[in-house]
Write a protein that binds this ligand. Structure first.
Ligand code: HEM
Length: 433
């Protein structure tokens, strides 16, 4: 296991402020785990972009960066910024949790999103065929069938929580087919993933962190066992294909342990994100209903609308980097080894890049320049699959339930998490003949 996983780099004075840098009022007010930020991060981010585009947050011991040009540079510039902490707990674990985890001796070697060059390139090169155009085409009918099977089950009800009945399970089932995981593991993997998201990007009391460690370990063990099983009995899935490629090619910088951790990573990255993205998108389309009606009337607008959804209300609102040297931006010096919360949501609403950035415009020409999937070497490996799933959800829902609308007076809840964002439930209703 790498020490970095749970050891926070220390650049702070005793009061939590980085050495020599006073905490501003805006920095002190930033709390990504509570309202109003949780239910609407955009108002705060607009203020930060305007007044203090780089500020220090004592709440999370990170610098926060919100303008497009700075965020983009941090994503692509691997000389000055490291990804090594991207999967580490944002809130340090208490010693008891660290000891419990360390006792299991799991190797959490960096693979993709928390890896740096040169090893990141080796791993990425080995895994690069994951979502080729061919494979995405292969999986498309499967996604469409699963979506329609779920719609068949609830279409006569006239009112459902769409998250629960459709958006929660479908991306997981798609990913399971892809990775070679039996469908009957969905419930436990979903629960594990949500727990893991909170352990990594959330804020929990120490007792809850400690209590979550056995589940975290169970999740890792599940991935080990899966890879062992597929090594013995390969299927037609991606994991089996990678195991065979591994045996035949013996690549530099990649081995079975890294494959296990990759599966562990994909199991989180590959469905929570899409569940949340679809929830955000459908909520926005129905709240600004003329857009829903436009795509019902003209489905050719759906791919463009999906891209605007991904820009306007991403399911991954921030990511992380570590400064490799002292770097001064907009008069603020980020010291070497300081952690940075890179606000993708802040960048996506930056007026300097997107005209009328707070307007949801499904015909926006440059929506695709959003940073929701990152940019550069770490650009999201699953972006083609995520886009496909969102488009298919919208195509099938508008085709089959055009009268769908939001149930009035519902409140949308978001889990206290710096990075992953989507409504926990989404109640919709429609006319039933
Ligand atoms: C709307 C849905 C999704 C969003 C918004 C999203 C967003 C992101 C972001 C922001 C990154 C980090 C980029 C960086 O560090 O610069 C990332 C990386 C990654 N994502 Fe996604 N993602 C989504 C769906 C998926 C899916 C469906 C999969 C897999 C099936 C996936 C797999 C990955 C992987 C493996 C990486 C690491 C790539 C690397 O570091 O080389 N993601 N994603």
């Amino acid at each position: 296991m790498t020490q970095d996983f749970y050891t926070q780099p220390s650049v702070s004075a005793d009061d939590g402020a980085p050495l020599g840098c006073p905490v501003s009022a805006l920095g002190a007010a930033f709390n990504p785990f509570t309202d109003p930020y949780l239910s609407d991060p955009y108002a705060f981010l607009a203020e930060a972009r305007r007044d203090e585009p780089v500020f220090f947050s004592p709440e999370i011991n990170h610098f926060v960066v919100t303008r497009y040009e700075h965020v983009r540079d941090m994503l692509v510039n691997t000389e000055d910024y490291s990804s090594r902490m991207a999967q580490s707990p944002i809130q340090p674990w208490p010693k008891e949790a660290v000891d419990l985890f360390a006792a299991e001796n799991f190797s959490l070697v960096p693979t993709l999103s928390n890896n740096d060059p040169p090893n990141h390139q080796h791993v990425r090169e080995f895994l690069k065929d994951a979502f080729t155009r061919k494979r995405v085409k292969w999986i498309e009918p499967h996604v469409r069938r699963l979506v329609n099977e779920s719609i068949d089950k609830f279409i006569d009800k006239g009112k459902v929580d769409l998250t629960k009945e459709l958006l929660y399970e479908t991306p997981a089932r798609v990913l399971f087919t892809f990775l070679g995981i039996p469908d009957d593991s969905i419930d436990k993997v979903k629960v594990w993933s949500q727990g893991r998201a909170l352990l990594t990007w959330g804020k929990l009391p120490d007792e809850e962190i400690i209590a979550s460690i056995p589940t975290f370990i169970e999740y890792l063990r599940f991935c080990h066992d899966l890879v062992d099983e597929l090594e013995q009995n390969p299927g037609e899935d991606y994991t089996s294909e990678m195991l065979i490629k591994l045996r035949d090619e013996k690549p530099e910088g990649f081995d079975k342990t890294r494959l296990i951790i990759t599966v562990f990573g994909l199991l989180m990255a590959g469905h929570e994100t899409t569940t949340n993205q679809s929830g955000n998108g459908i909520r926005t389309l129905l709240e600004q209903r003329e857009n829903w009606e436009a795509i019902c009337e003209d489905p050719k607008l759906i791919p463009g609308a999906s891209e605007e959804i991904i820009r306007y209300d991403s399911s991954v609102i921030s990511w992380r980097r570590v400064a490799k040297r002292d770097i001064t931006i907009e008069g603020v010096t980020i010291p070497k080894d300081a952690q940075i919360l890179v606000s993708l949501a802040g960048a996506n609403r930056d007026e300097r890049k997107f005209k009328d950035a707070d307007k949801f415009d499904i015909r926006r020409k440059n929506a695709i320049q959003n940073l929701s999937f990152g940019m550069g070497n770490h650009y999201c490996l699953g972006a083609p699959l995520a886009r496909l799933e969102l488009v298919i959800f919208l195509e099938e829902l508008t085709r089959r339930i055009p009268s769908m609308r939001l149930v009035e007076d519902q409140t949308f809840e978001y889990s206290p998490n710096t990075s992953h964002r989507g409504p926990q439930s989404l109640w919709v209703e429609w006319d039933v003949d």
